[in-house]
Design a protein around this ligand. Sequence first.
Ligand code: AP5
Ligand code: ZN
Length: 213
Amino acid sequence: MRIVLVGPPGAGKGTQAQFIASHLSIPKISTGDIFRANVSGGTELGVLAKQYMDKGDLVPDEVTVAMVRDRIHQEDAVGGFLLDGFPRNVPQAETLNAMLAEDGLHLDRVLQLEVDNEEVIRRLSGRRTCSACQRIWHVEFDEGRDDVCDDCGGRLFQRDDDKEEVVRHRLDVYEEQTAPIVSFYDKEGILLPIDATGSVEEVTARALGALRS
Ligand code: AP5
Ligand code: ZN
C-alpha cells in the first residue's frame, strides 16, 4: 500500500506513522526526520535545510523532491510506503503522482489527521524526540518520558522549531501551502479524513479502520 499522511504540525503524523507503518509492514518515510538527520550529521543538505526549518518555512521543492525520489526507490519501499510530511504543497503532490506513474504506480490512500490549533500548541510544547531511534514522546501524556527514551535509552531532545513563534508560523505555512492538497486528494477520491483527537491508540484504530474500509 502507498499512503500519505497529511495534517497540521503537531497533529500526530509522526506518532501515527510509526504505528501504522509497522502494522502494515511498510517503511515510514518522514521528510522531516530525513532533514533532521542531515542537520545533525552536518551534511550539505542539512546545512541548507536548517535555514528553512529553523524559521518554519518549507525547504525548496527541488531539494525535497529529489530526496523523496531517491528514498521511495530504495529496496524496502518497492512494495509500499507511508509518507509523513510529504507532499507539502500542490506542486509536490503533482510531482509525486508523476513520479509514481513513471513506474506504473499510484497512491492508494491519503489519511488526513484533523485537530484544532489549541491542541496542536499543547502537543508541540510538550513534545520530546529520541536522538537515537527518533521515537516521539510527550512529557505530559507519556508520564516520566522527558529525558531518556524508554525504547532504546537514547537522549530525548526538544526540536528547535517547537518554539511558540515558529509553531505559529508553521501553522500559517500549513494553511497557505499544505491545506490545498486536501482538496487535491479529495478530488482524486482517495482522501480519508480522521478525527485525530483522543488517545494515540484511538487515533491509530480509527486510521487502520478507515484504511480497511
Ligand atoms: P516535519 O517534521 O514534517 O514537521 P510538521 O509537519 O510540522 O509536523 P510535526 O513533526 O511537528 O508534527 P506531527 O504531526 O508529526 O506530530 P507528532 O506525531 O510529533 O517538518 C519539519 C520541517 O521540515 C518543516 O517545517 C520544513 O521546514 C521541513 N520539511 C519537511 N517536509 C517537507 C516538505 N515535504 N517540503 C518542504 N519542507 C519540508 O506529535 C506531536 C506531539 O503530540 C508529540 O509529543 C506526541 O507525543 C503528541 N501526540 C501525538 N498524538 C497524540 C494524541 N493522540 N494525544 C496526545 N498527544 C499526542
Ligand atoms: Zn529511542
